[in-house]
Design a protein around this ligand. Structure first.
Ligand SMILES: NC(=O)c1ccc[n+]([C@@H]2O[C@H](COP(=O)([O-])OP(=O)(O)OC[C@H]3O[C@@H](n4cnc5c(N)ncnc54)[C@H](O)[C@@H]3O)[C@@H](O)[C@H]2O)c1
Length: 369
């Protein structure tokens, strides 16, 4: 039942768009706009059912609320899904039609690239609305966010290594990387430069070939074996739920830090990892580099500013690890707590300053009746 689901996830607004002319079938989910407009990518995927598409939009948009809040951005959480096969169903009309739906929200939702969409699709959306980020640099955009996401993950790993290996850096560490797509490709390059020993896999042989050609020193393993290799750090950079009831008992890593969203199959696995003395760097905390990069686009893009803000993920991760240690709670809950506290404190601050005006019935002219 869609309304029950929407209430369960706590969303402000969910919009369904349908266009006979362009073939568009999409859902825009706005989770929370306390901190600012809801920013989140547009995913295109051939969902098996409407329910699956809705739940994905609800889950991902709620994750964006936490990601933006924990990263210290003045943005809320949103996400869109387009139901369709990105290999067959893309067209100018479809993305322009989606752009018009976004425009109709008057800036409450800002879209961006995600799985199944790219910079070319953003160009079509940009023809209909300014509420889009990740457009090409020629339009003042920031382009591909993946190198920033990879840099943020690297900063998270540095902080985690400092906590676990007594200040030792990444040099000589064995890092198992699952997924050699946009983020994984950049991440392994950075790790090789740091002097780490990279063990990697992908289900797509072409991705493996490209990664190996660029970094001959990496060791490639079968995707089914990645959880069993000898490793210090596990970096999930493929799909969600890499940490589940099966893999948690196979992994030999002391640190888990990667780009994938929703790495824990269920929240309780955070506590189980802590019990096993495995440091889990919360996914949305360390993979915020791409979001940080597109957020800078909203202020007038500066690569230097985006790099500086992304490097702050190192300090942000240390802060969460300290909080988790001090409170004796799993790191995923520490990150949630920090994000929720920020949202609540901004909401309280706003309500304190507007209470008087609300009583008078007008925010801008409190004394006119
Ligand atoms: N691109 C970004 O800036 C960004 C930002 C935040 C989070 N993320 C998340 O990080 C992850 C990677 O993003 P991406 O942009 O690199 O995606 P991508 O689609 O480019 O790459 C994912 C790769 O994982 C591989 N893969 C899928 N299942 C696998 C498996 N079972 N074992 C091994 N490899 C597998 C795919 O073949 C693909 O090469 C995704 O979960 C995404 O949601 C990405």
């Amino acid at each position: 039942m869609p309304l029950t689901k929407i209430r369960e996830y706590g969303h402000e607004q969910v919009i369904i768009n349908q266009s006979k002319e362009s073939g568009l079938a999409s859902i825009i989910a706005i989770h929370d706009t306390t901190l600012g407009p809801a920013l989140g990518g547009c995913r295109m995927f051939p969902y098996a059912s409407d329910e699956e598409a809705l739940v994905d939009a609800l889950r991902l948009s709620r994750g964006m609320t936490y990601k933006a809040a924990a990263a210290g951005l003045n943005l809320g959480g949103g996400k869109a899904v387009i139901v369709g096969d990105p290999k067959k169903d893309k067209s100018e009309a479809l993305f322009r039609s989606f752009g018009r739906s976004v425009e109709s929200l008057g800036g409450r939702y800002i879209t961006a690239e995600d799985v199944g969409t790219d910079v070319n699709d953003m160009e079509y959306i940009f023809m209909e609305t300014a509420s889009v980020t990740g457009v090409d640099a020629s339009h003042g955009g920031s382009g591909d966010p993946s190198p920033f996401t990879a840099l943020g993950v690297l900063q998270g790993m540095r902080a985690a290594c400092e906590a676990v290996f007594d200040g030792d850096g990444l040099t000589g560490r064995r890092v198992a990387v699952q997924g050699l797509g946009h983020v994984g490709f950049h991440l392994i390059k950075m790790l090789v430069e740091e002097g780490s020993k990279v063990i990697a896999c992908d289900i797509d042989p072409e991705k493996v070939r490209l990664a190996k050609a660029e970094n001959p020193e990496i060791e490639v393993v079968d995707d089914k074996k990645i959880f069993d290799v000898d490793m210090d750090i596990f970096a999930p950079c493929a799909m969600g739920s890499a940490i589940n009831d099966d893999t948690i008992n196979r992994l030999k890593a002391k640190v888990i830090c990667g780009a994938a969203n929703n790495q824990l199959d269920r929240d309780e696995l955070g506590a189980e990892l802590a019990g096993k003395k495995v440091l889990y760097a919360p996914d949305y905390l360390v993979n915020a580099g791409g979001l940080i990069n597109v957020s800078v686009e909203l202020e007038g893009y500066s690569r230097e500013r985006a790099l500086r803000l992304t490097r702050n993920i190192y300090y942000n991760t240390l802060k969460i690890l300290r909080l988790a240690r001090k409170e004796g709670i799993p790191t995923n809950l520490a990150a949630d707590r920090l994000a929720e506290e920020r949202i609540n404190s901004v909401a309280r601050m706003r309500s304190a300053f507007t209470a008087f005006h609300r009583v008078r019935g007008s925010e801008h002219k409190p004394f006119s009746r």
